[in-house]
Design a protein around this ligand. Structure first.
Ligand code: NDP
Ligand code: 2IT
Length: 453
């Protein structure tokens, strides 16, 4: 059997064993197909059935979460923790609270996390968790009761040397606080079992900013390779949550012009640059929709969802030099990629997890637009989480500058290993192939060394 046929057999089996898990299938197809040049060169991965093993989570925990709403009524949600791979370290990955969460989404995110975490050069395995709980419109007390109910089951499965969750969509500092409080109440232990904690109780400086800052550092490295910089570049950013806000903040720091942000209901365009203070107030203080933003920033334009191009997203149809998709999966389609190309965009840098659809990715590659895959470009968040674990283990707390030096260096190294691996396999600058092979090699070799467990 040819190596290509081996990969296809594993993917075909997955379609049968994981029916309806479209995002998981999308993520595995992208990674496995990109491994072809490595697998053709090195027979041990096929001989040791590594592909068959790596696509199955070591453990998927699904549980019921009952909580009481403000009306005194019992509400029920699904809870998940997919502990995907622990070959190189304890399970590590975020928790997502969003109504779209299901097992397939958890598995896609957990699978991506394995290779992302390996790329950081740190000892962390891959996991993801969350719930189909919708935080929108819930009171602070409801959020607290939900987090407590969620942790009442989750605590059985996590631990500082076992599995250390963090935030993701819908889970920020407030939720991590409530989750941590409940863990401590149940176990009586003050342990670093979560990252993204408050600065007064074991959190790391710059964890909040790390994913967005790291994404911009990655773009800076990529552009520098081609003698370009972010200075003066018009940057289209999607999303308006943790990753988008700190991407915009770092872009300003480096002299770029972030011209947009978006949420699930619309897009803001401001040619001269987004008003970051106004954005933070609306999103972080009032947890409001972006339609409120246009009234406080007179130079801006609000484009509601109903005015988006067919099969596309308004944000990618703005004239820009660099695109930073930083909201959610599959938010940059083929229609969007064509518009970015037409408008002269030179780099698409994924802050979100898998924001680019497969057909868009194919088009981007064919048209030689620089492309930073999320598992490399957004790894600054989880890397800083590991720095938080390290500080907790030594009971230390580092300064912002110390953490930032480490973060910059980690992002530089991730770029270097992804780029050098692309050169090694004859596809210079194809960081999808470079990142996937570099991450996979480290995990797969560790699995082989540890035997059939
Ligand atoms: P937040 O919850 O802080 O923000 C999410 C943003 O994306 C919001 O603006 C939200 O809009 C928008 N969004 C979410 N879902 C959808 C959707 N289905 N359609 C349109 N817009 C949507 O999350 P983060 O900023 O933390 O995460 C953003 C992305 O970055 C995700 O892909 C996440 O997995 C990834 N990531 C996050 C890391 C972190 O450290 N937080 C680390 C690495 C990756 P609205 O408020 O209207 O829902
Ligand atoms: O997707 C991600 O890398 C995250 N949500 C962060 C995970 C973490 O453990 O910090």
């Amino acid at each position: 059997m040819s190596t290509k046929a081996y990969i296809e057999r594993v993917l075909n089996t997955l379609e049968v064993t994981s029916p309806g898990q479209d995002e998981f299938y999308q993520a595995t197809e992208e990674v496995l197909l990109s491994l072809l040049p490595l697998l053709e060169e090195e027979s041990r991965y096929e001989e040791q059935n590594i592909l068959e093993r790596i696509v199955i989570p070591e453990r998927s925990i699904i549980f019921r979460v009952n909580w009481i709403d403000d009306m005194g009524k019992i509400q029920t949600n699904f809870g998940y923790r997919v502990q995907f791979n622990s070959a190189i370290g304890p399970y590590k990955g975020g928790l997502r609270f969003h109504p779209s969460v299901n097992l397939g989404i958890m598995k896609f995110l957990g699978f991506e996390q394995i290779f992302k975490n390996a790329l950081t050069g740190l000892q962390i395995g891959g996991a993801k968790g969350g719930s189909n709980f919708d935080p929108k419109g819930k009171s602070d007390n409801e959020i607290m009761r939900f987090c407590q109910a969620f942790m009442t089951e989750l605590y059985k499965h996590i631990g500082k040397h076992k599995d250390v969750p963090a935030g993701d969509i819908g889970v920020g500092a407030r939720e991590i606080g409530y989750l941590f409080g409940q863990y401590k109440k149940i176990t009586g232990e003050f342990d670093g079992i979560l990252t993204g904690k408050g600065l007064n109780w074991g959190g790391s400086r710059e964890r909040k900013e790390a994913t967005g800052y790291g994404s911009v550092y990655f773009a800076e490295n990529f552009l520098a390779k081609y003698n370009k910089s972010l200075k003066g570049k018009r940057c289209a950013v999607s999303g308006s949550g943790n990753v988008a806000i700190h991407t915009i903040e770092k872009l300003y720091d480096l002299g770029a012009i972030p011209i947009s942000c978006s949420d699930s209901r619309g897009t803001i365009y401001h040619k001269e640059g987004i008003d970051l203070a106004a954005l933070k107030t609306i999103k972080e203080v009032h947890h409001d929709s972006l339609d409120k933003y246009a009234s406080v920033d007179s130079g801006s334009l609000y484009i509601p969802l109903k005015e988006y191009p067919k099969d596309g997203h308004a944000v990618w149809h703005l004239e820009c030099d660099v695109a930073f998709p930083s909201a959610t999966q599959n938010e940059l389609t083929l229609v969007d990629a064509k518009a970015l190309h037409k408008n002269g965009c030179i780099l698409i840098n994924e802050g979100a997890n898998m924001p680019t659809t497969p057909d868009a990715l194919k088009y981007i590659k064919e048209n030689k637009i620089l492309f930073s895959p999320g598992k490399a470009a957004n790894a600054g968040g989880v890397a800083t989480s590991q720095l938080e674990m390290s500080q907790n283990a030594s009971m230390a707390q580092w300064s912002f500058e110390e953490v930032d030096i480490k973060l910059r260096s980690i992002m530089g190294n991730i770029f270097k290993i992804a780029y050098e691996t692309s050169v090694e396999f004859g596809c210079e600058g194809d960081l999808v192939t470079g990142a996937n092979i570099a991450g996979f090699r480290k995990v797969a070799d560790s699995m082989i060394e540890q035997g059939a467990v």
